[in-house]
Design a protein around this ligand. Structure first.
Ligand code: UD1
Length: 334
């Protein structure tokens, strides 16, 4: 089976490509490298012994995408490609809507042209918005999102739902990720954002590596047990395996299905910092600063649907996540 992975050179995409190759799928990557490096392809090859086919294209470019589908008989698409910086999306909404929506719709048009009917989408827990109580369940309404980035996820879920209604032989699986962190055990793949990281774990890793002076914990006065926000952190390799399970599911199903991928447990910023320090034997320099706009105090997944439908469950611990994140950061900071 041949799978097109858009954004396959990125953080979650590259880990998924490794798991796909290990499970003997044939993989084609489409990535414009706007937030990833070509070297990732070499690293995937070093880990798996197989070099995935790579096209440096933007998925909103229909001609280029048609070329990929003409040259390869694509059976399914896993769509990661998209802009993902929450703060940036507030300042550049048009760029986010244009890129994320256009690429998805172009992909669907080209898939239709070539008779490809299996789609796995990289969605986010952000679609639950600030109004829903946690743990989040898939049937809760996506009522409000807190950023244009989040809205692109809500809108793409809507587009895929309407498309599937119009094409009842199509299958779309909407995977709603919670907070993926950690890295591949080889230390060759991980989260390596350009510039100063926005997300917690890459920020911690750069403080540990001495590249950033200190971590600012955004708010210590939340209504949580230790006053810091709680999130559902999951290991990126567990998340990658979740995509494989979703693909297996899509092979024998039609229709649209939203599925949470999380552990079902809340972990606070303090707890994550302490776990990182303990497992890696490193002291992290941090201060407690003001709250960050748009952050919710606490949320985690109800992960029962993923287990029931896909037979998927997260297996890695917070310690595994912290150890592997540092293993990768050490490598990249050398
Ligand atoms: C955000 C997005 C989510 C997106 C995810 C990964 C929202 C509401 N959430 O999740 O959609 O999929 O990023 O890109 O838009 N923190 C600090 N100091 C830091 C950085 C973070 O204390 O320097 C705290 C935050 O306040 C938060 C936690 O760490 O409580 C996790 O933050 P982050 O890694 O940015 O992820 P989310 O905001 O949960």
């Amino acid at each position: 089976m041949k799978v097109l992975v858009t954004g396959g050179a990125g953080y979650i995409g590259s880990h998924t490509v490794v798991e796909l190759i290990n499970a003997e799928y044939s993989v084609v990557i489409a990535d414009d490298l706007s937030n990833a490096r070509h070297e990732v392809i070499d690293r995937v090859q070093a880990i798996t012994g197989t070099r995935p086919l790579f096209y440096q294209i933007n998925c909103a470019d229909k001609r280029e995408l048609q070329t990929v589908f003409t040259r390869n008989e694509i059976d399914a698409v896993i769509h990661f490609a998209g802009f993902k910086a929450v703060g940036e999306s507030v300042h550049k909404p048009l760029q986010y809507y244009r890129n994320n929506l256009d690429s998805t719709m172009t992909l669907l048009e080209v898939m239709e042209e070539f008779g490809c009917k299996k789609f796995i989408f990289s969605s986010s827990a952000t679609v639950y918005g600030p109004e829903n109580p946690h743990p989040y369940k898939e049937e809760m309404p996506a009522i409000q999102s807190s950023s244009p980035y989040g809205w692109t996820k809500v809108m793409i879920e809507r587009i895929l739902t309407d498309y599937t209604t119009a094409h009842p032989d199509f299958c779309a699986v909407l995977l709603r990720y919670f907070n993926p962190i950690g890295a591949h055990e080889s230390g060759l793949l991980g989260d390596d954002p350009n510039g100063i990281p926005n997300n917690l774990m890459p920020y911690i890793a750069r403080v540990a590596a001495g590249q950033l002076e200190k971590l600012t914990i955004f708010g210590g006065d939340y209504p949580t047990p230790d006053g810091t926000c709680q999130r559902d952190y999951l290991h990126v390799v567990d998340l990658a395996v979740g995509h494989l399970k979703a693909l297996e599911y899509a092979k024998s199903h039609v229709g649209v299905e939203a599925i949470n991928l999380g552990t079902g447990n809340g972990v606070s910023v303090f707890e994550l910092v302490q776990a990182f320090e303990k497992v890696n034997n490193i002291k992290l320099n941090y201060i407690i600063g003001p709250r960050r706009d748009g952050d919710l105090p606490a949320f985690w997944a109800d992960a029962t649907k993923a287990k029931a439908l896909l037979g998927w469950e997260a297996t890695h611990t917070i310690e595994d996540m912290c150890e592997s994140a540092w293993g990768f950061a050490k490598n990249t900071s050398l």
